[in-house]
Design a binder for this molecule. Structure first.
Ligand code: GDD
Ligand code: MG
Length: 355
């Protein structure tokens, strides 16, 4: 079976991390995020994947080449972003599948433990045009809200509505019959969520909802990105791409973690990164070459490549761009982001109290 991976978004909610790297390539539990999706797709029998790329398109081929985890990969580039539906139609030109074959479509920012074979099985049994994976979330207004009838058939698709009618949402994994993809207009900007799905429902086509209560996360926000990486390291979601055994933390080769540092909560420590004695790091993502100095305290944060946190500094829910430096005594709270290369000098308050 073939798949299309949607990876053309700009990932603006994850800036500054996505300034240099597209969201699907951000280091997540020690490997590019997509490695987890590719390894999983391979494990369920996907043999060929077409990447639908746009933003920083060239970086995907450079990262994965023509094959990964035994799956053949090819790349289709949109000269201008075509939206999710336009991207699917455009990428379909590279598929080998026959008109009646099922094709898997995956959003490129989803960690999911749902059963893809069971989703495909439902699709075949129902002879559906499309079968959507649905999951339940506390706040459906941020997603595509998808009500179904008693038989599991989708009755409406309400993208990011302030008036959700159910907490079941579109989980970003679709099985399309190949000839249904061919009905999406070619070369135009189309939203699969706002145009294609509502259009198919209005035309009376069979769209099925496959509900699976397994692990599910969209890593599109900083907090969710950190959560996803930690869950993979902790083994909350099993990934064949995890570069080590699950545990309280994982340090890549050439990382140096002092035995007198306290590192917990699924923290990943990247290659060449240093965590010095007396520091505390919990539930965080430390990219390659970053440095946590003696006595620093870090929670639920991201340190970009080569970023530095000095002695006595505190980070809680903060994001440091590549090469950013937090001088001694600074305290960065929830949601605070430092752009790449920015240096925060030592804080005068702390320095005077230190004296
Ligand atoms: N090639 C290409 N071109 N890909 C795109 C484009 C485009 O123009 N626009 C978005 N994508 C890709 C993104 O890279 C991402 O992998 C996927 O499409 C979904 O885009 P997001 O920007 O992450 O959308 P969202 O999270 O707000 O909402 C979508 O996902 C939710 C589940 O996480 C929708 O599908 C919702 O209905 C769904 O609930
Ligand atoms: Mg998303």
């Amino acid at each position: 079976m073939e798949a299309i991976l949607l990876v053309g978004g700009r990932g603006t909610r994850l800036r500054p991390l996505t300034i240099s790297t597209p969201k699907p390539l951000l280091p997540t539990a020690g490997v590019p995020f997509l490695a987890h999706q590719l390894a999983r797709a391979s494990a369920v029998g996907i043999t060929r994947i077409v990447f639908a790329t746009s933003y920083r398109a060239e970086m995907f081929e450079a990262a994965f080449g023509n094959e990964a985890y035994g799956v053949e990969l090819c790349y289709v580039v949109e000269r201008r972003p075509l939206g999710t539906g336009g991207a699917i139609r455009n990428a379909a030109q590279a598929l080998n599948s026959d008109p009646g074959d099922p094709v898997l479509i995956l959003n490129g920012d989803i960690l999911s433990g749902h059963s893809i074979p069971d989703q495909v099985e439902l699709h075949r049994k129902a002879d559906a045009a499309v079968t959507l994976h649905l999951t339940e979330v506390d706040d459906p207004s941020r997603f595509g809200c998808v009500p179904t009838d008693g038989t599991g058939r989708v009755t409406a698709f309400l993208e990011k509505t302030n008036h959700p009618v159910t907490n079941r949402i579109n989980a970003g994994s679709y099985v399309f019959r190949r000839d249904v993809i061919d009905t999406i207009p070619q070369g135009e900007v189309v939203s699969v969520e706002r145009e294609t799905f509502p259009g198919l429902i209005a035309a009376g086509k069979t769209i099925m909802g496959f509900v699976d209560p397994g692990y599910w996360l969209d890593v599109g926000t900083p907090a969710a990105f950190v959560r996803g990486s930690c869950d993979l390291v902790l083994g909350e979601l099993t990934s064949p791409a995890l570069p080590g055994e699950p545990g309280p933390f994982l340090a890549l080769e050439d990382a140096h973690v002092s035995p007198r540092a306290v590192v917990t909560g699924g923290t990943i420590v990247g290659a060449g990164a240093v965590v010095e004695a007396g520091s505390t790091v919990s539930g965080s993502v430390i990219f390659d070459e970053a440095v946590v100095a003696k006595g620093a305290w870090i929670r639920n944060s991201v340190l970009g490549r080569g970023a530095k946190v000095a002695s006595g500094a505190m980070l809680d829910g903060a994001i440091l761009g590549d090469g950013a430096i937090v001088g001694p005594g600074n305290e960065l709270g929830d949601g605070l982001r430092l752009w790449p290369g920015i240096e925060l000098p030592p804080t005068a308050v702390r320095m005077s109290s230190d004296v």
